[in-house]
Write a new protein. Structure first.
Length: 437
């Protein structure tokens, strides 16, 4: 009996092809195929078919990715790479060491603009003027700021309030952590301290200069120290102008904190001396004029003619009713005393008394010297004040009624308890005056 070598189907004698699979039957001598051989052949064929199927599946699985898949995968990988690169770059940019390098490089290159964006004083960034002064200070002192800042890094990270960087026992910077940048990177604040600066002026006058483009005017008196204010640590040099009376001279105001906390004026000393001499002459002239106005001899003919015989109810010796106190003191100088302890508004300027209301002249008084016409007897002999005798506000008063002479004013002489003249003044007459009949 024959079997098909391809499928193992039984072959009929003399068949040229297998009726089961169509395989051509070799026309050879009959070959006996046992059932066992047929089984093994069948198993081998099954294995071959399975291997073929697996190979075909593998070929299907190993087919190349589509263009869309490749683009998507490339995009994801590229995005991850960009994020990693950005994180690295930002980490470097906001690192402590990078900040220190940027600050010290700006100082080395005299780059005040760059430094002003990196340093603060208080809560504000430095101005370019302040940054320039800080650079000058560091170079004048020879400060190795970079080394000091790098050495302080560990202490800064462990101290929430920050760490002071010092040089020659003086603080030159305070560094502290200042939160997070983008919630990822540590931020640091670099702050410069301030100092209170005073000036010991070399002359009287008004000192004018500008700080951060803001004008400043300071009144100065020679050798009297005056406070200029708080300045960011640095060495400054300001253009300045000194006003002495009506004269102006240009110069400099120098603040070198690397040497001292006291500022220095620098002006042409010869011009200053010349201006001061002229100013002194003018001041002496003013004082002479003030002295003339405030000095009144009640026993003189001039006083008799200029005051006792004329209406001075509106003013006397350049002082006018309604004038400001400031103007009065420019003409008479400073007051020296109270005329009446019960009246704080009545002030004495030599032989003149000025009563103020809201700092304006309300009444003018004449206060005699003890050696002039100063008593009641002397007044009666010199001026015959016999038109009225009486009391006003508890004081003894005599009146010269000039209305009888065709003038609408009266002169009142007020005495103390010892019949010494306290003061003399004029007032307009009214129908209610007690000496008017």
């Amino acid at each position: 009996m024959k079997y098909c070598k391809n499928c193992g189907h039984e072959l009929k004698p003399n068949h040229k092809v297998c009726t089961n699979c169509g395989t051509k039957v070799e026309q050879k001598e009959d070959q006996i195929v046992t059932p066992i051989q047929n089984y093994e052949k069948t198993q081998n064929q099954t294995f071959t078919d399975q291997y073929t199927n697996v190979s075909q599946q593998t070929k299907i699985q190993r087919q190349p990715m589509s263009k869309k898949a490749i683009i998507l995968l490339s995009t994801v990988i590229g995005s991850i790479a960009l994020l990693a690169l950005a994180y690295f770059i930002l980490g470097q940019q906001f690192s402590y060491n990078n900040s220190v390098t940027a600050i010290t490089n700006a100082i080395q290159k005299d780059d005040a603009k760059q430094l002003s964006d990196l340093l603060k004083s208080g809560d504000a960034y430095l101005s370019e003027e302040e940054a320039k002064a800080y650079i000058a200070y560091n170079k004048a002192k020879g400060i190795d700021l970079k080394t000091s800042l790098l050495e302080a890094k560990k202490e800064i990270d462990n101290n929430e309030s920050g760490t002071s960087i010092t040089h020659d026992a003086s603080e030159v910077m305070n560094v502290a952590k200042d939160g997070k940048k983008y919630g990822l990177f540590d931020k640091y604040s670099f702050k410069v301290p301030q100092k209170e600066i005073y000036l010991s002026p070399g002359s009287d006058g008004i000192l004018n200069y500008k700080v951060n483009d803001k004008p400043v005017a300071i009144e100065t008196t020679m050798y009297e120290q005056v406070k200029l204010g708080n300045f960011v640590l640095g060495d400054y040099q300001f253009d300045a102008q000194k006003e002495i009376e009506d004269e102006k001279i240009n110069g400099e105001l120098v603040i070198n904190m690397s040497e001292s906390d006291v500022a220095v004026e620098k002006f042409d000393e010869d011009k200053i001396a010349e201006f001061q001499e002229r100013s002194q002459e003018r001041q002496e002239l003013v004082q002479e004029e003030q002295e003339e106005r405030r000095t009144i001899d009640t026993s003189s003919r001039d006083f008799l003619n200029s005051y006792m015989s004329k209406d001075r109810t509106d003013g006397y010796n350049d002082i006018e009713i309604g004038m400001d106190k400031t103007e009065v003191e420019q003409l008479l100088g400073d007051e020296s005393d109270l005329v009446d302890p019960d009246n704080d508004n009545l002030l004495k300027y030599g032989n003149m008394g000025i009563e103020y209301k809201d700092d304006k002249v309300e009444q003018i008084y004449i206060i005699p010297n003890p050696y002039d016409v100063a008593t009641k007897d002397e007044a009666e002999e010199a001026w015959q004040p016999n038109d009225w005798n009486g009391e006003m506000n508890g004081d003894s008063v005599q009146v010269i009624d000039n209305d009888r002479k065709g003038n609408n004013f009266a002169i009142l002489i007020v005495y103390d308890d010892d019949d010494n003249i306290k003061y003399i003044f004029q007032q307009k007459q009214t129908k209610d005056d007690p000496w008017i009949e």
